[in-house]
Design a protein around this ligand. Structure first.
Ligand SMILES: [Cu+2]
Length: 282
């Protein structure tokens, strides 16, 4: 663990500090796998040391010729069965976790998930709350203790949504929709980013997630609906240009005229129409 911490140059290991049930399950799987593998490494090195000490070359054994044994049933069975058991011990929990993560977290599965569309476009994140008719750029507000169903797609490059404290990444791909459930157990601000290299501006394709109590979240929704400007097609199209932009908030969504999962060439057509040398993402 210390080595990992030093190698990554991180003062904190967000993946190992989960703030939600999805990230917690993944952390448990990581810790189980590392622990189990450390155990195997230990056994191997102990046996290795034992053998080189015990069977080292000694003057009194100079003429020793080992007997020519072959086909020791017991040994053959041991070194076949043990690796099979190792594979089972690692794969069963992994597959179980993968399947469990396709569903909303168990503890809150009685609650309706909040649906948020997350669309990546070089190099920003567009979040759409279809039910609330809200759209945000580069930041998110979510209620705590409620599963969030992210519907992911990309307007251009293949990206990956990653909020380490809430769970592992999932790909955003043009022309299709992928899904991931995430959930925050406590209010707080968590970092999110694109985890799939998409060129020049990739490093800064980040966003923040603010997890709030149910009441605070509802208040944010109401205020946003009341005070944020409507999203116009003109404004939205300028978001399609490659580049960075700050945080933005709107009280209507781009789903009214485009779903990138169904129209993968939307951004390309917009870029042809706009002049990338003069127009910039607003
Ligand atoms: Cu780092």
């Amino acid at each position: 663990m210390t080595t990992i911490a030093f190698l990554t140059g991180c003062s904190e290991l967000a993946v190992l500090d989960p703030k939600g049930p999805v990230a917690l399950q993944q952390k448990d799987l990581i810790m189980w796998s590392i622990g189990f593998m450390l155990f195997i490494v230990t056994v191997v090195f102990v046996l290795f040391t034992l053998f080189i000490v015990r069977y080292r070359e000694r003057p009194e054994n100079e003429d020793y010729e080992p007997p020519q044994d072959e086909g020791n049933k017991l040994l053959e069975v041991i070194w076949t069965v043990v690796p099979v058991l190792i594979v089972i011990a690692l794969s069963v929990p992994t597959v179980k976790t993968i399947y469990a993560l396709e569903e909303p977290p168990k503890a809150t599965s009685h609650k309706d998930p909040l649906v948020i569309h997350a669309t990546s476009v070089d190099w920003k994140w567009i979040f759409t709350y279809p039910e609330q008719e809200i759209e945000t750029v580069n930041y998110l507000h979510i209620p705590e203790d409620r599963p969030i169903l992210f519907k992911l797609t990309s307007a251009d490059s293949m990206a990956a949504l990653w909020i380490p404290r809430l769970g592992g990444q999932e790909y955003n791909m043009a022309g299709m929709e992928t899904e991931i459930y995430l959930q925050a157990d406590e209010p707080g601000t968590y970092k999110g980013r694109n985890a799939n290299f998409t060129g020049e501006g990739f490093a800064e394709q980040k966003f923040t997630v603010t997890a709030q109590t149910k009441e605070e979240f509802e208040q944010w929704v109401e205020e946003t609906q009341a005070s944020a400007p409507k999203l116009t097609k003109e404004k939205y199209d300028r978001l399609m240009l490659k580049g960075h932009t700050g945080k933005h908030t709107f009280s209507s969504t781009h789903l009214e005229w485009v779903d990138h999962a169904k129209q993968p060439d939307y951004a390309i057509k917009v870029r042809e129409k706009l002049n990338p040398d003069h127009d910039e993402p607003f």
